[in-house]
Design a binder for this molecule. Structure first.
Ligand code: SF4
Ligand code: SF4
Length: 189
């Protein structure tokens, strides 16, 4: 497969922002591809984690934000665990999702960005994830209020969904983290 690297004026800005948000030094990747070989979605996507790392390294521009793996990534962190250089590749994916939303990148897979926003909004508000609030926010976005409702009783019975908001979370600290990391997706948009 041929990879097109379009160097653009925003390239330096994109790399700097990815490093800022993820805390990753992109220069230490030596392309061993261990991240890709363990990634559960790399076989389904046009781009792999190691390819994304390489393209960032080569100063790709905002076209990188159209990569499908940004939204297909399930945040399992296998890539981060396997990297011999200790690179948090999953954090790079998260940073790219943040930037894709900020820059309104054209390619966003289905309702994944909406789910992502709903998840972060509840974490920001409650200090931890709160399933009911997240589902409500997601359904307000999709307007498919009855979709998957048949699963609800079984999930409730098995304790997979809590009706009450989480307690004991340090909400102030969590909000400070959102502010400090520039994660303004948590309900701010
Ligand atoms: S595992 Fe680490 S060093 Fe190897 S290609 Fe992936 S990010 Fe680079
Ligand atoms: S966190 Fe994302 S990129 Fe990394 S292995 Fe899991 S699915 Fe693949």
């Amino acid at each position: 497969m041929t990879i097109t690297i379009a160097k653009s004026k925003q390239a330096e800005g994109l790399i700097r922002r990815v490093e800022e948000i993820s805390g990753v030094d992109l220069n230490v990747c030596y392309q061993c591809k261990k991240c890709t070989s363990g990634c559960p979605v790399a076989k389904l996507t046009a781009s792999s984690p190691s390819e994304i790392m390489r393209r960032l390294h080569l100063k790709a521009g905002d076209e990188l934000l159209d990569s499908d793996i940004i939204w297909m990534c399930v945040s399992c962190e296998t890539c981060s665990a396997r990297c011999p250089m200790g690179i948090d590749v999953a954090a790079v994916m998260d940073a790219l999702r943040t930037l894709a939303l900020e820059k309104k990148a054209a390619r966003q897979e289905g309702n994944v960005p909406l789910f992502n926003r709903a998840f972060l909004a509840t974490v920001k508000l409650f200090g931890r994830t709160y399933d009911i609030a997240m589902i409500a926010a997601y359904k307000m976005g999709t307007l498919k209020f009855m979709a998957d409702t048949e699963k609800f009783p079984a999930m409730l019975k098995k304790g997979k969904i809590a009706l009450l908001p989480p307690t004991g979370a340090d909400r102030k600290t969590v909000r400070r983290i959102f502010k400090k990391t520039g994660h303004n997706r948590g309900g701010d948009k």
